[in-house]
Design a protein around this ligand. Structure first.
Ligand SMILES: [Zn+2]
Length: 391
């Protein structure tokens, strides 16, 4: 299957929904738990966030359809410009207009509004990471303006990449606080943009979990890069700054120890597995995209720690190179991705390098086999036919 649909030819609706859905930070199942377990105020905030997410998904689908009809932008011309970050922050002032007035853009001084200034700063840190570490000029590699909407809606406990913009709520203050406070959250959302341009990875099942995994890995690496943390010393937490007071949790997700980020009366228990033995089969959450991402998250953590030094060096380089590799398909699952990372490590560092060994060991740790499965027909053929004996 081709990785990209033919230009000017809009993808079919079902395909479009899977490839270009709204990429949210907080999965619906967490919000549903809050609605189920919480008091009236908790329930209202969670249900409002869920309802708005559904509306945004619909708007996203329409925007994609319009863009597909117009055709892709031309990054080649933009690439000739001298690279520099371009940021643009809109303040929705607790309303829901994604075209709200621009309150800060490149060159403007601080506004004094926390959400506006945090998003502006963290977009800058994330752009710097991409440019300085991987020589990538913005999300699309061609200087795309980083467009963010802050203070979106009321009690909105989520953040999104909608294909064009990053959207951040202020949080309800009961489960999550202002989502712009977290660099890993901002970098996660921008990471979805990079994945969209270099992937894509269908937002469903294992490929969707890889999409979420990549966004978490980029989020964690940007955070670690800002702090100068080594892989060993880093906390590998996503969204530690947004957990509200009184919630029994340390973050939204832990790449180091999936399944341990929170265990709370309101949020429920972190459902992420860290091994294939605990893989969650579900129709919920687009087939567990925020759940089973724990498995590649853990593998990436294992690899980075085994290689030592900084995560964005060898481990990040292997992963980033794999993302742009044509052998990564829109529907790639864990097994195919594991083989690809092994091949990429071999191309970058040599077939008998410690990097290749570490990639193999990391996938072994989380129970993802790299060998090709025997073709189904052959396997079936070997199996003896069952006889029904009547007595
Ligand atoms: Zn995400």
């Amino acid at each position: 299957m081709d990785r990209k649909p033919p230009e000017g030819d809009p993808p079919e609706r079902g395909q479009m929904d899977r490839r270009n859905p709204l990429h949210c930070l907080v999965p619906d199942y967490v919000l549903r738990e809050v609605a189920k377990r919480g008091g009236v105020e908790h329930r209202e905030a969670a249900l409002d966030t869920l309802g708005l997410s559904a509306t945004l998904r619909g708007a996203r689908t329409q925007a994609e359809a319009r863009r597909a009809a117009i055709g892709p932008a031309r990054p080649a011309a933009a690439a000739l410009k001298k690279p520099q970050v371009n940021r643009l922050i809109r303040n929705a002032e607790n309303g829901e207009d994604l075209n709200s007035p621009i309150v800060r853009q490149e060159g403007d001084p601080k506004t004094g509004n926390d959400a506006v200034d945090e998003a502006f700063e963290y977009f800058g840190t994330t752009w710097d990471f991409w440019f300085e570490v991987y020589a990538r000029n913005s999300i699309d590699g061609a200087g795309l303006t980083l467009d963010g909407v802050v203070r979106y809606s009321q009690n909105f406990d989520n953040a999104f990449w909608d294909g064009d913009q990053m959207i951040f709520g202020d949080g309800s203050g009961q489960t999550f606080t202002r989502l712009t406070q977290s660099l890993s959250v901002c970098a996660h959302e921008l990471g979805h943009g990079v994945i969209q341009y270099d992937g894509p990875l269908d937002y469903q099942g294992e490929s969707g979990a890889l999409n979420e995994h990549y966004a978490d890995a980029f989020g964690a690496m940007v955070d670690q890069w800002r702090n100068g943390d080594t892989a060993e010393d880093a906390d590998w937490l996503i969204g530690k700054e947004i957990i509200a007071e009184g919630v029994n949790g340390k973050a939204l997700r832990s790449m180091k120890e999936p399944g341990t980020a929170y265990d709370d009366d309101l949020l429920g228990t972190d459902p992420q597995p860290g091994h294939m033995d605990d893989f969650v089969e579900t129709f919920d959450d687009n087939g567990g995209v925020h759940i089973n991402s724990g498995i590649p998250n853990k593998a990436f953590y294992e690899l980075a720690v085994a290689l030592g030094g900084h995560s964005w060096e060898a481990a990040g380089r292997i992963w980033y190179t794999a993302l742009g590799n044509p052998q990564l398909r829109a529907t790639s699952g864990f097994r195919r991705f594991a083989r690809l990372t092994q091949r990429v490590a071999s191309q970058l560092y040599g077939a008998s390098s410690k990097e290749v060994d570490a990639v193999e060991a990391a996938w072994d740790t989380v129970g993802v086999p790299r060998q090709r499965e025997a073709p189904r027909g052959r396997r079936r053929g070997r199996r003896p036919r069952r006889r029904v004996v009547r007595t």
